[in-house]
Write a protein that binds this ligand. Structure first.
Ligand SMILES: Cc1ncc(C[n+]2csc(CCO)c2C)c(N)n1
Length: 223
C-alpha cells in the first residue's frame, strides 16, 4: 500500500530502518502470537502515555495547517485519538487488571519521552510539513503492519484484535487520507518537484528519525 506519492519517497529513502520498524521482532510476535502478554501490556501502558502526547502533536497540526480542510482533517485525528484510540487502550488494560489511574501514574520510559518530545519539538520549530514528516511513520507504518499481519498472522493469534484494528477499512481510510494530506501540503509548500526542493533532505531526515524512534519503542516493549 503506497498511501499517496510523498510517503513512499520518504519511506524508500530510509528503507533499511523502515524494515527494522515494520518487521521488528515485536511485530513478528504479534503475528505468531508468541509475544508474551507481559510485554504487550508494558507496550500498551507506554502507548497510552504516547497517545496523549500524540494528541497534542495533532492539535499543533490544527494550528499550523494551511487550509480549513486540512484543519478539519487534523482535528478529526485529535478526536479519533482522544475518543477512540485512548479508550481502546484503557479498556484492554482494565481487562488485564490495570485500571486507568495506574496508567496515569506510570512513568514515561526513555523511548516514549524521546519519541513524543522529538515530534513535538519538530512541530514547534518547523512548519506543518516538518510536523507531518515526524507524524507520518507512526500512522502509515501501523497501516502497513496491519495490512501485512492480517494476511500473514496466525488465525488464532491472541493479538488478532490489535491486528484487525489496524487492518480495518476505517484505519486504512485514515492512512489514505493522511497520504493525501501529505501530498497536498508538499505540493503547496515545495512546488511540483518536491524531491529537488532545498528542504527535501531535512524532511527525509525528520521522517527517518521518527522511524528510528518507532524501532526504539518496539525495543522498549521487548526489553
Ligand atoms: C508507538 C506507536 N506508534 C504508532 C501508533 C499508531 N498511532 C499513533 S497516533 C495514530 C493516529 C490516530 O489514530 C496512530 C494510528 C501507536 N499507537 N503507537
Amino acid at each position: 500500500m503506497s498511501y499517496g506519492r510523498t510517503f513512499p519517497l520518504w519511506r524508500d529513502a530510509c528503507a533499511p530502518v523502515w524494515q527494522d520498524y515494520t518487521r521488528h521482532d515485536f511485530v513478528a510476535g504479534l503475528g505468531t502470537g508468541s509475544l508474551p502478554r507481559e510485554n504487550f501490556l508494558r507496550y500498551l501502558v507506554q502507548d497510552y502515555l504516547f497517545l496523549i502526547q500524540f494528541s497534542r502533536a495533532w492539535a499543533l497540526a490544527v494550528t499550523k495547517a494551511d487550509t480549513v480542510a486540512d484543519m478539519r482533517a487534523c482535528a478529526a485525528t485529535v478526536q479519533a485519538l482522544l475518543s477512540e484510540e485512548l479508550p481502546l487502550h484503557i479498556r484492554i488494560c482494565a481487562e488485564a487488571g490495570l485500571p486507568e489511574p495506574r496508567l496515569q501514574q506510570a512513568e514515561e520510559a526513555p523511548a516514549t519521552l524521546a519519541y513524543t518530545r522529538f515530534v513535538l519539538a519538530a512541530g514547534h520549530a518547523g512548519d506543518v510539513l516538518d510536523l507531518l514528516a515526524a507524524l507520518a511513520p507512526c500512522v502509515l507504518g501501523y497501516g502497513e503492519i496491519g495490512q501485512r499481519l492480517s494476511r500473514e498472522a496466525e488465525r488464532d493469534s491472541p493479538y488478532r484484535d490489535w491486528i484487525d484494528t489496524y487492518a480495518s477499512p476505517g484505519y486504512q481510510q485514515l492512512c489514505t487520507d493522511m497520504g493525501a494530506l501529505l501530498d497536498g501540503v508538499a505540493a503547496r509548500r515545495l512546488g511540483p518537484a518536491p524531491e529537488v526542493s532545498p528542504r527535501w533532505g531535512d524532511l527525509c531526515q525528520t521522517f527517518r528519525t521518527a522511524t528510528r524512534l518507532e524501532v526504539g519503542f518496539w525495543d522498549m516493549g521487548l526489553a
